[in-house]
Design a protein around this ligand. Structure first.
Ligand code: UD1
Length: 419
């Protein structure tokens, strides 16, 4: 298994290029199942989850070509198998995004029920009740979710809780339903907007993506399209935090600062200087001692849960105590126990973490537990005295493209090794 070895204490300086958003690429790839025509996607990040989604599409019968790096031409003309098997779903929950498109186009879908995962239970009940409201019959057979319908019927669907992939799954399904669907209390994430843009290019009639009510006028069929995936806002935020935690200066390019306003605002409160030279880049300078600032994770446009772990690593260095409230996922503080092993002082109580700050982190052997937790351990390792070794970096490979190469190019001492 791959590991990272980091020698901490290097100040990062230079220019980093942001990759396409994994969380936008995954639903856009799933959306290709909605049409027999070819869909071309550009700016796909080169990360493990994209390879998994490609495998899923190919298992279903899609043809996937890569005419150039980061571009896939996907044709679901020959799909005749409607099942996402357990060995794929267990490595990537986003496999459930195949449900909506398969159900809507073929009237049948079987996806293995995702089990618990490191960051809590993460049920998909809201996806399933949404499909039922559109007229599908949903059953559980041998651990698989099986959904069947003749033609889905547009309805009003209210989400009890804001769910990103739930909104995306229903938006895709409703695109081929008969009549109008309204998704109320829908997720407003930029990735939802990106998917809606792709679907509209394919001939869907979606309005309001990015607001809490989305209306979808169902159409009979969808066609081919070409689309470029938006930049990854969480990777962007992670590099802003990397500059901050190393007292460095990074120019972050090919990003979309507008998508991380909450993160930029929060980090400015901590004393980091962040300029936006243009709509696609950020210039980050860390000069003074980091100030503590409390944060609460919220659905977009709030502070993203996917940046919580990285923010916690930063707060261990702040000049005082800060409080972090995690409201999206239960059990999303696993990185805290690893940070403690580096000398951090963090108390967890339910959904709240109190981080004492003023820590001189020291290198340690660490275990990555999930994607964003691993990013926080890398950041802590960059700031720590001495050597940090992080095991199970396959978690980070799921969502960060060549993070060690990008960090090395701006002065970090980090290497990947295997033993
Ligand atoms: C997506 C992102 C993930 C991010 C999360 C929250 C992708 C591929 N992943 O995950 O990186 O951390 O949004 O921003 O886009 N819930 C239910 N029932 C459901 C669905 C969700 O109770 O049917 C709950 C979840 O347990 C969680 C909350 O709703 O507490 C939000 O989850 P959701 O937005 O669905 O997360 P994902 O879409 O899985």
């Amino acid at each position: 298994m791959d590991k990272f070895r980091i020698k901490g204490g290097r100040r990062l300086e230079g220019r980093v290029q942001i990759s396409g958003a994994k969380n936008s690429a995954l639903p856009c790839m799933a959306a290709t199942l909605l049409t027999p025509e070819t869909v071309t996607l550009h700016n796909l990040p080169y990360v493990r989850d994209i390879i998994t989604m490609r495998r899923l599409l190919e298992d279903l019968g899609s043809t996937v070509l890569m005419p150039e790096l980061r571009t896939l031409k996907i044709s679901a003309a020959k799909v005749e198998f409607f099942e996402a098997p357990y060995d794929l779903v267990k490595t990537m929950r986003a496999s459930v995004l195949a449900l909506g498109p398969l159900l809507a186009r073929f009237g049948e879908a079987r996806v293995s029920m995702p089990g618990g995962c490191a960051i809590g239970q993460r049920p998909i009940d809201l996806h399933l009740s949404g499909f039922e409201k559109l007229g599908a019959e949903v059953t559980l057979e041998g651990g698989d979710v099986v959904a069947r319908a003749r033609r889905l019927q547009g309805r009003e669907i209210y989400f009890d809780k804001v769910t990103v992939t739930g909104t995306e799954n229903l938006m895709m399904a409703a695109s081929l339903a008969e009549g109008r669907t309204s998704l109320i209390n829908a997720a407003c994430e930029p990735e939802v907007i990106d998917l809606a843009e792709l679907l509209n290019k394919m001939g869907a009639r979606i309005e309001g993506a990015g607001r809490s009510t989305i209306t979808i006028e169902g159409v009979k069929e969808l066609g081919g399209a070409e689309h470029t995936i938006i930049p990854d806002r969480i990777e962007t935020g992670t590099f802003v935090a990397a500059a901050a935690i190393t007292g460095g200066a990074l120019d972050i390019v090919n990003c979309c600062p507008q998508h991380i306003t909450a993160v930029i605002d929060k980090l400015r409160e901590t004393g980091i200087e962040i300029e936006q030279p243009n709509a696609f880049s950020l210039s980050v300078r860390a000069k003074d001692k980091i100030r503590p600032s409390n944060v609460t994770t919220l659905p977009y446009p709030g502070f993203p849960t996917d940046m919580q772990a990285q923010y916690m690593a930063l707060m261990t260095l702040a000049g005082g105590t800060s409080t972090i409230n995690e409201t999206i996922f239960e059990n999303r503080f696993m990185h805290a126990s690893e940070l403690l092993r580096m000398g951090a002082r963090i108390r967890i109580s339910g959904h709240q973490a109190v981080v004492e700050g003023n820590t001189r982190l020291t290198g340690a052997r660490l275990l990555a537990s999930d994607l964003r937790a691993s990013a926080s351990l890398v950041l802590a390792g960059l700031a720590a005295e001495g050597e940090t070794v992080i095991d199970r970096v396959y978690h980070i490979d799921r969502g960060y493209e060549k993070i060690e190469e990008k960090l090395r190019s701006v002065g970090a001492e980090i290497e990947r090794f295997r033993n």
